[in-house]
Design a protein around this ligand. Structure first.
Ligand SMILES: Cc1cc2nc3c(=O)[nH]c(=O)nc-3n(C[C@H](O)[C@H](O)[C@H](O)COP(=O)(O)OP(=O)(O)OC[C@H]3O[C@@H](n4cnc5c(N)ncnc54)[C@H](O)[C@@H]3O)c2cc1C
Length: 400
């Protein structure tokens, strides 16, 4: 199909969806079910998996048109680790049975997802992780600890990377599973962050049994699956194609319109930030045209690196506009967001929270230093970092 035929198909499918399920009269969950069945959940995915098999760049058309029609699109942010990352993993590495089992309930927010890669001894160098998985017939037994697990406390499913062969070098002995977060032996404990909330957790695994049909891809192929997850994560954090004037820049514009100082310097700064955010949005859109379904390339790192710095600037600008009020906790600021519908509204409504939360953008999903390493090596072709433990069996690498 030519790209203009693909765009026509997507636009017509959106017209039909909005006609048959008017957002104002349709419950969010019923709308998402219809959106998934129409192939408008992830347009680039296969037909039947919530997609239409068209270019990923057309995701922007869906988000923009649904947001203009006031349709519920907050599931994308509320179940970000599932819809933004897990879905891409299933599209690229999952079996048909796994895609059928997990994609629809994920999109409908019936099942929240989390991602368990980081460990106390493995963050940037995640391939050095220790969480063990030992085969026992049709099952695997997991033992170890994960940390910084966003949303683990409300998740049904967790994407996890485990070490199944300690005799292999660190990248080769890994296997990837989807684990039931309600299974016996999973202990989830909150960690509090600068915003005051406990958005993430530490998670302990004590003889947790996982069925082999929850394994993603081959035994020992976990590093490749982890890379797909991380590349999707970078896109989900910094390279999501969002409508113009949305998110924190939209909030900054609203704040300035309602109560911002009218001096020329503030206006000029807002215009500069707007132009930078818009340039980034358009660059992301262009990058999406080169992306394969479910597998973004290193371009996700460009978006993530740029966004981490830009979002800090935008949110600092908003807090500065508030003057002294910017240093106070606003009325209604919730430290325990329990409803994800209101949580998303809150994020946009409270510049103070956005300002504090933006500090994490240069750490989560890989730090800005690591993004620069990836771009240097994989995009610019610069010499790689020395990796002395690359070919040594994992069990022989000294660890602190
Ligand atoms: C809000 C938030 C949510 C998160 N959610 C999740 C989640 O859901 N699941 C999950 O698995 N993890 C999650 N993380 C963890 C995150 O992925 C790690 O914090 C991150 O990868 C960095 O690892 P680390 O904290 O161990 O730091 P380290 O790896 O110890 O890094 C410490 C410092 O050293 C620098 N550094 C390390 N190696 C290099 C190098 N080779 N070259 C240059 N500089 C280097 C880093 O840039 C950093 O400044 C989350 C983190 C945050 C802040």
């Amino acid at each position: 199909m030519s790209s203009s035929d693909e765009a026509t198909l997507v636009n017509k499918t959106i017209d039909t969806l909005l006609e048959q399920f008017p957002p104002a009269e349709t419950e969010a969950k019923a709308f998402w079910a219809a959106q998934f069945d129409a192939g408008l959940a992830w347009v680039d995915f296969r037909i039947g998996d919530g997609g239409l098999g068209v270019s990923p760049s057309l995701r922007e058309t869906v988000t923009r048109r649904l947001s203009e029609a006031d349709a519920p699109i907050w599931n994308i942010a509320a179940n970000l680790l599932g819809i933004g990352m897990g879905a891409g993993v299933l599209a690229a590495h999952g079996t048909e049975a796994q895609r059928k089992r997990w994609l629809r309930p994920m999109f409908l927010m019936e099942e929240i997802w989390c991602q368990m890669f980081s460990e106390p001894g493995a963050g940037s160098d995640v391939a050095s992780l220790s969480m063990s998985a030992v085969r026992d017939g049709d099952e695997w037994i997991l033992n170890g600890q994960k940390v910084w697990t966003t949303l683990a406390h409300i998740s049904k499913w967790g994407m996890i990377v485990t070490r199944t062969d300690p005799d292999q070098p660190k990248h080769r002995g890994l296997t990837y599973f989807i684990v039931d977060m309600e299974a016996e032996g999973v202990d989830i404990r909150p960690l509090y962050q600068i915003t005051g909330e406990a958005e993430f957790n530490e998670v302990f695994f004590d003889d947790v049994r996982v069925n082999d049909d929850q394994r993603i891809d081959d035994v020992g192929a976990g590093w490749g699956v982890a890379m797909t997850t991380l590349m999707n994560e970078r896109v989900a954090i910094g390279g999501r194609i969002v409508p113009r004037n949305s998110g924190t820049i939209g909030a900054a514009m609203t704040l300035w319109n309602e109560s911002g100082p009218s001096d020329i310097a503030t206006r000029r700064e807002l215009a500069r930030l707007w132009a930078e955010v818009e340039a980034m949005r358009l660059t992301t859109l262009r990058a999406a045209e080169n992306m394969q379904a479910g597998v973004p390339g290193p371009e996700g790192s460009t978006g993530k690196l740029t966004w981490a710095a830009l979002n800090k600037e935008v949110t600092s600008f908003s807090v500065e506009m508030l003057g002294l009020d910017g240093a106070t906790i606003p009325e209604g600021y919730s430290l325990e967001p329990t409803s994800y519908e209101t949580r998303e509204v809150e994020r946009v409504m409270s510049p103070q929270r956005s300002f504090l939360r933006a500090r994490a953008n240069s750490i989560e999903g890989g730090t800005s230093q690591i993004m620069r390493n990836i771009l240097g090596e994989r995009v610019l072709g610069l010499p790689g970092e020395p990796r002395v433990d690359k070919d040594i069996p994992w069990k022989d690498v000294p660890r602190g």
